[in-house]
Write a protein that binds this ligand. Structure first.
Ligand code: AHM
Ligand code: MG
Length: 331
């Protein structure tokens, strides 16, 4: 019998049933993130109207003036997760320190990291932006969670994903059993399964890098990019939005490589290990791709601080392996 549409809620319940020992804690966390994503999506979609409709439009239902969208998204993520009793602490690109669950709420065994609105410089020009998240089990003693819980290698992630606010809003996640993508149907307010079992092509045709930094790159990086451009067997095309989730999502579906390497100005690049690199590295590996900083796999990096940056080379297996060969001087 042909199955009808599968909502994210149904998909999560069916996934949970496959693990008899599952408590549903995890499912609830993902549902809450999807809930926050819908609210953020609604605000993102009306961002352009605020200028023409004026202040009245920028006052929310409580009569408060609208905040910047990234601050708003940060708050919505925290509010979606702080009261459910499944999370003990959070860490966000928008906050300097660990965010603790208020004392009035019960604490759970998970911690969540997120970049609530990545690529936010693109909001004003109506370009796709995203939310990135990762979930770990608490490893510290006690129930409140602390920095130690966030300084776990990406390999320890128990789930990760992202939301892209693009021509449609999509929710893409993995809990270690492949990658699934859902598209928001705004008419019913539900994410519906649209991209089951996403696999990144083993080789692609797209490379994505901010080439304005060319003169700051190491010679090896320049050589790699020149090599990719001049490959005879396959003609590459360059695509760079400057919005990580959007650049990553396109390359995940079509195949290719995204690079934000270190350079002479920013030796560790620009992207954050905890909030950006690790969750996307987890997704790409689940989809059959790879992610490296040029020396080791992103997921094997031992984090030392909450906001540390890392070079990020992520995408199809062939392109990332070839990059590593260039870095090792083997190509
Ligand atoms: P943000 O976290 O301040 O939004 O910055 C991160 C963004 C990424 O989405 C994107 O990949 C990168 O910055 C683009 O940087 P650049 O403009 O240097 O190419
Ligand atoms: Mg960011």
């Amino acid at each position: 019998m042909k199955k009808g549409v599968t909502s994210l809620g149904r998909f999560l319940i069916e996934e949970q049933r496959r693990f008899p020992e599952a408590t549903g804690d995890f499912t609830l966390i993902l549902e809450q993130i999807a809930f926050a994503a819908k609210i953020i999506s609604r605000e993102v979609n009306k961002a352009g109207l605020i200028n023409i409709l004026g202040k009245a439009y920028s006052v929310n239902v409580h009569g408060e003036e609208q905040q910047k969208l990234d601050v708003y998204a940060n708050q919505k993520m925290i509010e979606a997760l702080d009261h459910i009793g499944k999370v003990c602490a959070m860490a966000s690109e928008e906050e300097d320190d660990v965010i603790h669950v208020p004392d009035r709420y019960p604490k759970g065994k998970y911690v969540v990291v997120f970049d609530p609105l990545d690529g936010s410089s693109n909001i004003d020009v109506n370009i796709s932006i995203g939310t990135i998240f990762g979930i770990y089990k608490r490893v510290s003693e006690g129930e409140n969670g602390c920095e130690k819980d966030f300084l776990q290698k990406g390999r320890k992630l128990v789930g990760a994903g992202y939301v892209i606010y693009g021509s449609s809003t999509m929710f893409v996640y993995s809990t270690g059993n492949g990658v699934s993508g859902f598209t928001l149907d705004p008419s019913v307010g539900e994410f519906l399964l649209s991209h089951p079992n996403i696999k990144i092509p083993e080789k692609g045709k797209i490379y994505s890098i901010n080439e304005a930094n060319y003169h700051r790159w190491d010679e090896k990086i320049r050589k790699y990019v020149e090599y990719i451009k001049n490959l005879e067997e396959r003609q590459y095309t360059s695509r760079y939005i400057g919005s990580l989730v959007a650049d990553f999502h396109r390359n995940l579906l079509k195949g290719g490589v995204f690079l934000y390497p270190g350079d002479s100005k920013n030796p560790k690049g620009k992207l954050r290990l905890l909030y950006e690199a690790n969750p996307l590295a987890y997704i790409v590996e689940q989809a059959g791709g790879l992610a490296t900083d040029g020396e080791q796999m992103i997921l094997d990096i031992q984090p030392e601080s909450l906001h540390q940056k890392t070079p990020l080379i992520i995408g199809s297996k062939w392109e990332v392996e070839t990059y590593l060969k260039f870095m090792r001087g083997e190509a």
